[in-house]
Design a protein around this ligand. Structure first.
Ligand code: IPD
Ligand code: CA
Ligand code: CA
Length: 266
């Protein structure tokens, strides 16, 4: 069967669009024509490569699946109602990208009735292609992946991130960092939520949490992490999407150290 609506065909399409967008990003990477603009503040930026990548992916979706809904970071939503909705972060890790740091990715998910059924995350500089389908496992460059089997925080390397509104609130995750840091082998801030989730999937990280993210940051990566056996859940219902993902045997220890409440200044 090669119906354009079967899962394997949709996945292959999404992979080829992610690769095309990623290759375009490499043409701009470490160049002088990024045209960096601020959005919410100076920590929230967009470049010409974000916009051009988004255009590539959206054009392909409109051609292949014109009746599908689309939510994409820079463009917003396409005002189509459908059981199928594409969730796109055309360039996740723009701060890294704009500074010449190689951890950035293209993130594409397809939801059916509000649940992700396909997730693709491609980190072009690293040439790492992660993908998953609901119930079909998670893969890195064609090899099946699974979370690490760590069972203690003391042996774990975890990652986190800091919210873009850190200039106007001290509810900025530093309280969580202070609590978690003494208990873990190492803590990292990679700068691409999609890569963070995929690295939990592949066992390169044992856990990850971040608050104040958006659907496009996590939709594909969460499916990939869950299909690789990670436990994922949301916390803090007042800070957009706040997510914890970890290998199952450290999940409870990590989440017990994270606050469900806003941080109050002393
Ligand atoms: C950002 C990255 C980063 C996270 C930020 C996100 P963007 O996405 O995922 O790791 O800490 O909160 O906004 O803006 O580069 O697509
Ligand atoms: Ca993002
Ligand atoms: Ca982005």
């Amino acid at each position: 069967m090669n119906n354009i609506h079967d899962t394997a065909t949709i996945l292959n399409n999404a992979i080829s669009w992610a690769r095309e967008a990623g290759h375009l990003q490499l043409e701009y990477f470490r160049g002088n024509n990024l045209n960096i603009e601020s959005k919410f503040n100076d920590s929230d930026i967009v470049t010409v490569a974000d916009k051009a990548s988004e255009q590539i992916i959206i054009n392909h979706i409109k051609n292949a699946y014109p009746a599908h809904a689309i939510l994409s970071e820079e463009m917003g939503d396409n005002a189509i109602t459908s059981d199928y909705r594409w969730i796109i972060d055309p360039l996740d890790g723009t701060t890294n990208f704009s500074n010449g740091l190689p951890l950035f990715s293209v993130s594409i998910a397809l939801e059916y009735c509000g649940k992700a059924i396909i997730g693709v995350v491609y980190a072009p500089y690293l040439n790492e292609l992660f993908y998953a389908t609901k119930g079909g496992g998670a893969w890195l460059n064609g090899n099946k992946i699974a979370t690490s089997r760590k069972n203690s925080l003391a042996h774990s390397v975890v990652a986190t991130g800091f919210p873009v509104d850190k200039d106007r609130t001290n509810d900025n995750n530093l309280d969580n960092v202070t609590r978690v840091l003494p208990h873990v082998r190492g803590m990292r801030r990679l700068g691409s939520a999609a890569i963070d989730l995929c690295y939990v999937a592949a066992g390169f990280l044992d856990g990850y949490w971040e608050m104040n993210l958006h659907t496009w940051d996590v939709s594909a990566g969460r499916l990939i992490a869950e299909e690789a056996g990670a436990k994922c859940s949301l916390f803090r219902n007042d800070r957009n999407i706040s997510i914890i993902a970890a290998t199952p045997l450290i999940f409870d220890s990590l989440s017990s150290l994270l606050s469900n409440q806003p941080h109050s200044p002393q």
